[in-house]
Design a binder for this molecule. Structure first.
Ligand SMILES: [Zn+2]
Length: 285
């Protein structure tokens, strides 16, 4: 009899565990996150050099990890020169710069918000070069700014988003982004309650582009970039289905001056470093 009770409890616990894998759904689009890597018959092995550790969308740049110059996006543009990219939102300063591809994804996000009647967005800050960051650090001090090469703004992947209506924490724009930014590849980088992990106070305005597979996992599992990169390193590989696309995300350590990684045969993939000890391959399968 006891055995049956034990088995019953085990079944309950297992089904609870499985249900936790099928986390929140986004509209009709269910998000499924599982551990799992690419099947070997559909993939090939390639070697990447150690410079790749410091390049890509997933670089961790914070007080402990400085940005390497090769991590700065090569597609930085001045937004006021590119009116095609500035549709449906304002710029606090005409000198604001950003990665062109991030600006395009931001534009898509603004369009999505407009469909929900949220349309008073403003970009307050984007890419900052080292000299500008250094000046900000001197002006604002250690509590409010990071030294040059330690701010994500130096990458070109982060932006401070405002609302013309209210403070971001109260504004509809801030509320909408908190709920939907992940659908466009962005994360709220310094959330409330995670200050000890990020080392930065809650910033309802600071969003970072990481890519859709990663933003979906971080949002649904409530992970900061620090926590996500740690988790991926432990899990080695995860798969996620979101926006109708199946992604496999896998971590590979750098051994000496190279890493041997598995990529899909004849399918699209991205490689990004974590900026400290390895690379992450994102496959679209
Ligand atoms: Zn910021």
């Amino acid at each position: 009899m006891r055995k049956w009770v034990f088995a019953f409890i085990l079944v309950i616990l297992l089904s609870y565990g499985i249900s936790q894998l099928n986390v929140k759904s986004a509209g009709e689009d269910k998000v499924n996150i599982e551990n799992g890597s690419l099947p070997t018959e559909d993939s090939q092995v390639i070697t990447v050099g150690k410079e790749q550790v410091h390049q890509g969308d997933l670089l961790l740049v914070n007080n402990d990890h400085a940005l390497h110059p090769e991590g700065i996006r090569s597609d930085i543009v001045s937004l006021s020169d590119r009116q095609d990219l500035v549709q449906g939102f304002g710029l606090l300063d005409p000198a604001i710069q950003l990665s062109e591809s991030v600006a395009k994804d931001f534009g898509e996000m603004v369009k999505g918000a407009k469909q929900d009647g949220v349309e008073h967005f403003l970009i307050n800050s984007g890419y900052r070069d080292a000299a500008k960051q250094d000046q900000l650090y001197r002006d604002m001090g250690h509590d409010y700014a990071l030294p040059a090469y330690h701010s994500e703004h130096n990458l070109g992947l982060s932006l401070d988003i405002g609302s013309t209506e209210a403070k971001m924490d109260d504004a509809e724009e801030g509320k909408w982004l908190k709920k939907h930014a992940w659908e466009y590849g962005f994360i709220l980088r310094y959330p409330k309650g995670k200050e000890e992990i990020t080392g930065i106070q809650y910033e309802p305005w600071h969003f970072r582009y990481v890519g859709k597979a990663h933003s979906a996992i971080m949002y649904h599992e409530d992970l900061t970039l620090e926590q996500y990169l740690d988790k991926l390193k432990m899990a080695k590989a995860m798969s996620i289905k979101t926006g109708g696309i199946q992604y496999t995300v896998a971590y590979y350590p750098m051994v000496g001056s190279s890493a041997t990684v598995q990529v899909p045969k004849g399918q699209q993939y991205d490689i990004s470093g974590n900026n400290y000890d390895g690379v992450i391959v994102t496959s679209y399968v």
